[in-house]
Design a protein around this ligand. Sequence first.
Ligand code: 6R9
Length: 692
Amino acid sequence: TTNHLRHVESLATMPSGAGNIPHLNAIVLGEALAFEENDLIFPSDDFSRQAHVPSPLKYLEMYERSIEDPAGFWSDIASSFYWKQKWGQQVYLENLDVRKGDIRIEWFKGGITNICYNCLDSNVEAGLGDKIAFYWEGNEPGVDATLTYIQLLHNVCQLANYLKDIGVKKGDAVVVYLPMLMELPITMLACARIGAVHSVVFAGFSAESLAQRIVDCKPKVVITCNAVKRGSKVIHLKDIVDAALIESSESGVSIDVCLTYENQSAMKKESTKWKEERDVWWQDVIPKYPTTCAVEWVDAEDPLFLLYTSGSTGKPKGVVHTTGGYMVYTATTFKYAFDYKPSDIYWCTADCGWITGHSYVTYGPLLNGASAVIFEGAPNYPNPGRCWDIVDKYQVTIFYTAPTLVRSLMRDSDEYVTRYSRKSLRVLGSVGEPINPSAWRWFFNLVGDSKCPISDTWWQTETGGFMITPLPGAWPQKPGSATFPFFGVQAVIVDEKGVEIEGECSGYLCVKSSWPGAFRTLYGDHERYETTYFKPFPGYYFSGDGCSRDKDGYHWLTGRVDDVINVSGHRIGTAEVESALVSHPQCAEAAVVGVEHEVKGQGIYAFVTLVEGVPYSEELRKGLILNVRKQIGAFAAPDKVHWAPGLPKTRSGKIMRRILRKIASRQLDELGDTSTLADPNVVDQLIALADV
Ligand code: 6R9
């Protein structure tokens, strides 16, 4: 209660200026807090006292400045990085309003820097050369390795020199298809060092998906490894790359060099299929190169990486992030949202194939000079206690993961958690999808022994870094709420007409002004960028998520409002799955919806109409699912295929997904109005086939 009182006191002494932020008014009232007391979980006094942001008051002070004077706020922070040359007069430039012309966002333009230099050289110069940058934990317990900052720098420089040697230049794309080996962040950093643009493809994507990305960005080189062991399964990554390269060359994009790391613990060199004129073993060439490499200085607005993500329609979008703003933003969000201190040991379970691995395995931690754990394996191998074993082994203090992992571990005996000490933990984090309150409480009470604040970070591939997140120590928490916007983020909720709504409400989550980590375009398709994100609600960036705000101003994310399904925190477009299904010769039509899933958050539910005369069969069901695995990846495989003699369509031919969602979740008494359907009978037919 002492801490509770302290919070309420600090709120009561709030300067009147705080009232300028309308949606924060509620929290300013100590009354509101007291009323909600039962739902609030307060950080301990000890935690708050040592935190970067120890109180709501401090948050408000910083938040207000970030909104009133973004240029001053962010350039003060940016000044602590190394810039070869300072940015120009204008700290940022933005137009988020399609009615006023092209969408344009720039931060620190004219500033010359290099993010790899700021991650490595700067830290080495500051005396952190012998600090561990990465603790690597292999799939098998007992297999591990470390790299200090100086060793990491040397490794990065060797690869950077090789890439330069084979002709990779500033602005060239490099496709990376690697599992969680240290070579993955090494590759990202080597690209950044020479100004090349990395495009990491999650090593769970299929050959076809990889080929599609290669064809889109036309890399100079593809970097992979021969195989990886995840749990007890060996996955032959090089075979997948080989298949992808055949496919991409058929589309006119041929790759001269495929640099392949020999991942000895999974597969020996000798058993790897090899194409002499194209393939190069990493271990044969990289160690021969010098361990220093001059930095390619780039403009803050030069591209740093491309990362493909799924949308509600069409093919995956190449999200483009640039250098300067992304650097400043990932470093700052990492520091505040995790209350990072130099003595922390940080572990994020995300794969570098997703944005979380970019911003919060590689760049954010290294920019802060942190020691981070990288884990190659599966979190429940050899048993569901593995994560806590790793936490104890490395004395992890900050543990950042996804709700799907929490939910899957919750199903096993608590004893898998309690047999480990976990005493080192002080901050927990969650990302990828809304965390349901019961998972939140299990994570908080059991894993964190009721003493670690949970940073439930809401953000997206597009946003580059955290947008709405608790600052541990500052806020009392509500299980399942991502709380308040990060500094500089003007999060707003709009109604279907695009009108901002205040106070307690729910609607579409938008952002009103730019922030340094925002994506700048979609690769090769600025028009799609504008159409997808800025046209739905003119004047705003539209996130695609629904959100409600409670009377205390806390934000509650409610999931995607478009046709994107979130499976275990992975974004999957319904259109992509549908197109994989209909490419099966016996499939006439398919409609895919998300359905609640106990562990994955959402599962994929596919309605499939077969070609006239083709009978339903188990074999065909498997064949359809296999098509999706082959064209996208195993993680996108439908959980359920529902045979559909027809699909519910309007007279103009539009599929009514609302009805399909209700059928998929068996809410049959909530089908709503079906009278506008071209053929209302299809609904009964579908219901009759639900369990076939
Ligand atoms: C970082 C990342 C983005 C989508 C996003 C939203 C969902 C992510 C969340 C969350 C509720 C959170 N999402 N974090 N929803 N609470 N803390 O996951 O990026 O793969 O692009 O997915 O994930 O729906 O729109 P990305």
